[in-house]
Design a protein around this ligand. Structure first.
Ligand SMILES: [Zn+2]
Length: 280
């Protein structure tokens, strides 16, 4: 599932490779992905003839501005495992493709595997403001400058295990199972430590680890693991995987203390990886 570094990598690439292109045609192959619109034709009608970009991000939503008189943007919600792919128009269309947007100067942008949760929609000014408002409730580790004192106040207002809190999109945006475990290892904290029980020094470590892990993962263009790994706009894997310290490394020695890492069930089918010695 794309987490924040993967979405940010896509935002960067969209801005560079799709920004400034004009839409010639839109083909929606799966009607459910444009469910906010009356029908596929109405969705396409709002995009054809429009120039796209710049690209921005609201939490884990991707936005491509449209050159309309009133502010409007194409919004992409990747859902659980959605992908965007920039292709030559002549390239065969994969059967998992939900929508294809063709540009006037050649090439197209394809949305794949959006599933039940993912979607595409054109949002006007009021809807964009509403999305922005909703996003503000959660900390964005890449966009928000947050002091550790402010972070501490937010932590104290919640009483949850740290991993549950880190993966809660109303607390912080875009941290899923991969980066939650990495952040906790980086801060030497256990996944089930209650958020209200941290000493000041531990809050500092957690605050720093969130930013360090997310920034490094963006620099290395995300993490591609598992059977259906995340791929960038050109179909390439991210390069963060060799830097994973705990995720899917059970039985291997901790890079800090050499203790074998363990894998444990966290909650409802979720698994966590951590060092039983140096995370406490
Ligand atoms: Zn260790």
């Amino acid at each position: 599932m794309p987490e924040l570094p993967e979405v940010e990598t896509l935002r960067h690439d969209l801005d560079k490779e799709v920004g400034g292109r004009r839409v010639k045609a839109v083909e929606v192959r799966a009607a459910r992905v444009v469910r906010r619109h009356r029908n596929r034709k109405e969705f396409a009608g709002r995009l054809v003839g429009r120039k796209l970009g710049p690209a921005s991000r609201l939490g884990t939503l991707l936005l491509l501005d449209l050159d309309t008189e009133e502010r409007a943007a194409l919004v992409v919600d990747l859902g659980e495992g959605g992908r965007l792919l920039k292709e030559r128009s002549a390239a065969p269309v994969d059967k998992h493709t939900d929508a294809v947007m063709t540009f006037t100067v050649g090439g197209d942008l394809r949305a794949l595997d959006l599933g039940e949760a993912g979607e595409l929609f054109v949002a006007g000014e009021a809807e964009l403001d509403e999305l922005d408002e909703r996003r503000r409730g959660a900390l964005d580790p890449l966009a928000d400058a947050l002091t550790w004192q402010a972070f501490n106040a937010r932590l104290e207002s919640r009483q949850e295990g740290l991993r549950a809190l880190l993966t809660d999109p109303t607390f912080v945006t875009g941290i899923g199972p991969v980066y939650a475990d990495e952040v906790l290892w980086g801060s030497e904290l256990r996944w089930d430590r209650p958020s209200g029980s941290l000493a000041a020094q531990e809050v500092r470590r957690l605050h720093r680890a969130i930013q360090e892990v997310m920034q490094e993962a963006v620099r290395l263009r995300g993490t591609s693991v598992g059977d259906a790994p995340w791929l960038d706009l050109r179909g390439n894997k991210g390069e963060y995987e060799p830097h994973l310290n705990v995720y899917q490394r059970e039985g291997q020695p901790c890079r800090r203390c050499r203790t074998p890492l363990v894998r444990e069930r966290a909650r409802r089918g979720e698994t966590t990886y951590y060092c039983p010695k140096c995370q406490s």
